[in-house]
Design a protein around this ligand. Structure first.
Ligand code: SF4
Ligand code: SF4
Length: 456
């Protein structure tokens, strides 16, 4: 991390660099020039906080992109390293007085880098299987769910752990395996059907379309089920369109923009055919790309307008409950623990807060739980280090960030640590396990927590 990048020392060679040429074509120069170099974004940036390096800050990364486009440097491995090290948490955006769209610049840069990267022989097929043949196909995700369920229930998992096989894998991977939730071979549609009416004979407030996600529907099926039931309790008719697919967030953040656009088009068609008033997400990471479909497809003559309309109607489950729902009563007395009181704290989902701008809604809901004392987590708005698959790709930085996060978590002395995104939830579970706090703290998705404490 000591390789500060000196722009002057990397003056472009005379022959055009292919990645530089692509970046010149795809990066929005006006957006790059909008950065007034004030540095207000730096205190918000986790990678700057960890390294203290200008190049690892939002201002530094924008300067690097601009220097490449201005032919002041070639995009060498140090350039790529800093782009990879960015969490994509977008904490730099809300604090920026010039409203620089950093996320869009990063997405375009990563897409260009991916097109010019020659991967090791085994990475290419893994990427192809994951991005093209698995995530976009719900039926194949279901098969993955069945395989994982078999692994978890048949005793294979126990045997591998017993004989220490998992220790042969990188540490973060084996830690992640330990906290992997129980997989399900049946998703939300297979368990509830495609339509769940508003409960208690209420006149429906609106018809909402539930976005079920890809991994979400395999590893967090219970959260999907609870989301639908909670929406129904709050007075919404819920439709779960069967033809929807993965949101494309992982693709867009990993330099697979064309595939992300294909997925976006299919989702727009699926929800338009369902005729819903709102599209509801229960994962900040998915919701953030859904609200950006307008930008993602702005050059698509056939879909640009539909994408804007779609994006305008996307809401997180906590948002729609607070804004429009008949909010049911929640009480700590209704939980499985039977405890009438508990301290709870909340780790923001970066994308819910910084992109969907819905950081208050989950807190407002938590405030309504009778017997729950909400203790604000210091630095809750700072990324936990999960960031999609960042914790697998950049384990060192991810764990440094998590360790700092857990220092603040300990201060809260909370019994429950709630989150609004599956990636954050797993990372928080990992943090709790690493700090050996499992006997007095539990990480839970906010939807599951609310549903468990619903006055039934
Ligand atoms: S806050 Fe915005 S304008 Fe200021 S340095 Fe950061 S990105 Fe540039
Ligand atoms: S997205 Fe997050 S990690 Fe990346 S530059 Fe912005 S604040 Fe820093």
């Amino acid at each position: 991390m000591n390789e500060a990048i000196s722009i002057k020392s990397r003056i472009a060679e005379s022959s055009p660099h292919p990645l530089a040429e692509r970046l010149k074509l795809t990066l929005n120069y006006d957006e790059l020039s909008n950065c007034i170099r004030c540095g207000f974004c730096q205190p918000a940036c986790p990678t700057f906080k960890e390294t203290g390096l200008e190049a690892a800050s939002p201002r530094g990364r924008i300067a690097l992109m601009k220097a490449v486009v201005d032919e002041l440097m070639v995009p060498d491995s140090s350039f790529v390293k800093q782009m990879d090290l960015c969490l994509g948490c977008r904490a730099c955006e809300p604090v920026c007085p010039a409203d620089v769209k950093y996320g869009q610049l990063l997405e375009a840069t990563r897409d260009a880098i991916e097109k010019h990267t020659v991967h090791r022989w085994w990475i290419k097929p893994i990427r192809k299987v994951a991005f093209q043949q698995l995530f976009p196909h719900q039926k194949r995700m279901r098969l993955l769910g069945s395989a994982l369920q078999l692994y978890q229930r048949s005793g294979i998992q126990g045997l591998l752990r017993k004989f220490g096989v998992m220790s042969l894998f990188p540490e973060t991977m084996s830690q992640m395996e330990r906290i992997l939730p129980a997989a399900s071979s049946k998703g939300v549609v297979e368990q509830l059907g495609t339509y769940v009416p508003a409960k208690n004979g209420l006149k429906p407030i609106a018809t909402v379309g539930m976005f079920r996600g890809c991994i979400m529907d395999v590893l967090f099926t219970e959260t999907n089920l609870n989301t639908v039931k909670l929406l129904s309790e709050a007075g919404f008719d819920v439709i779960i369109p069967e033809t929807q697919n993965c949101c494309g967030a992982l693709h867009a953040h990993s330099g697979e923009l064309e595939q992300a656009k294909n997925l976006a088009r299919k989702n727009i068609d699926a929800f338009a055919a369902a005729g819903v008033d709102y599209i509801i997400s229960n994962a900040g990471g998915c919701g953030a790309i859904l609200v950006e479909y307008g930008h993602l497809l702005h050059n698509d003559r056939d879909y640009a307008e539909a994408a804007i309309r779609f994006a305008e109607n996307v809401k997180d489950v906590s948002q729609i409950l607070m804004e429009k729902g008949h909010i049911p009563k929640f009480s700590m007395s209704n939980g499985s623990t039977g405890k009438g009181e508990a301290a709870i704290t909340y780790q923001d989902s970066c994308h819910l807060r910084n992109v969907m701008k819905a950081g208050n809604a989950p807190r407002d809901l938590m405030d309504r739980i009778e017997g729950a004392q909400l203790v604000e987590l210091r630095g809750a708005d700072r990324c936990c280090g999960s960031a999609g698959i960042y914790n697998l790709l950049q384990p060192e930085m991810s764990m440094d960030i998590l360790d700092h996060k857990m220092e603040h978590v300990k201060e809260t002395k909370a019994h429950y640590l709630l989150t609004s995104n599956p990636g954050c939830l797993l990372q928080m579970k990992l943090g709790i396990e690493r700090e050996q706090m499992t006997d007095h703290m539990k990480a839970v998705h906010i939807v599951d927590f609310l549903y468990e404490h619903l006055a039934k």
